[in-house]
Design a protein around this ligand. Structure first.
Ligand SMILES: [Zn+2]
Length: 254
């Protein structure tokens, strides 16, 4: 019995020592993020930060639509809810399993346009210029939600169709961030920023990125497929975000 018990005890002690080492290692990481010299200071870890700094992510939003609860039921059947298929980087947002067909004038259409959730108070279709040209709709550049006076379209789902009287836009480039990111860059919600993308033979500087700051967003630029293709984002070697020395976005004055 003794010969069996001792190795067993050794093994458990080794496991405990290992677990304690891991705990201490984790402490070290957290202390590094906040104030290393003051052990009791609360760790600052804003959403999306890595290693104590904002972690810039640039994402391409392919054409998609947002729907109201009512339109989900018309398009996909009474009682139907959106089914999350893939979580987006921003917490709580997802690409749904469901897609719709977007139909423009003269029966031109885009099949399989992804629905993003959660549902919203107004339905909206976000296209790149190239999409809107192939659809035959002159989509204006608008910030999400500002759809007054924009063109409409027809949405077709497996259970029904919806005629949108407005809501087709090319979403204006923008950057989501939390208050800590905003402080880091010296900007506020509604300000404009520049995004420099260095990419072999097709570097681009985007101007007029609208800052959308709140408490919980993670730092993320949203550009559309035309913009992403223009700078060959997949091959980018460097991305840089900086404050634009300019007046605040005109949309704030409305
Ligand atoms: Zn966005």
């Amino acid at each position: 019995m003794t010969t069996q018990t001792l190795p067993e005890r050794d093994r458990i002690e080794a496991m405990v020592r290992q677990a304690i080492r891991r705990l201490h290692a984790a402490d070290g990481v957290i202390a590094g993020v906040s104030t290393p010299t003051v052990a009791s200071a609360p760790a600052i870890s804003p959403p999306g930060w890595v290693g104590g700094k904002p972690n810039l992510r640039v994402s391409i939003s392919a054409r998609h639509c947002h729907l109201t609860d009512e339109h989900v039921e018309i398009l996909f059947g009474a009682g139907t809810k959106l089914i999350p298929e893939k979580d987006l980087y921003q917490d709580g947002f997802y690409a749904a399993e469901q897609t719709v067909m977007v139909v423009g004038p003269r029966r031109r259409m885009l099949p399989n346009v992804r629905v993003l959730g959660p549902t919203r108070g107004a339905s909206q279709v976000e296209l790149a210029f190239t999409d809107s040209i192939s659809l035959g709709i002159d989509a204006p550049v608008r910030h999400s939600g500002k759809i007054e006076g924009t063109p409409g379209c027809v949405l077709v789902g497996p259970a029904g169709t919806v005629q949108l009287t407005q809501g087709v836009i090319r979403a204006a480039r923008h950057v989501h961030m939390n208050d800590h990111d905003a402080r880091h860059y010296g900007v506020q919600d509604g300000d404009l920023m520049q995004l420099v993308i260095r990419s072999p033979q097709c570097s681009v500087t985007f101007e007029d990125l609208l800052v959308r700051a709140d408490k919980v967003a993670k730092l993320e630029v949203h550009i559309d497929t035309d913009e992403g293709n223009a700078c060959n984002l997949d091959s980018a070697t460097e991305v840089l975000l900086r404050k634009q020395i300019d007046a605040a976005c005109a949309c704030k004055q409305h």
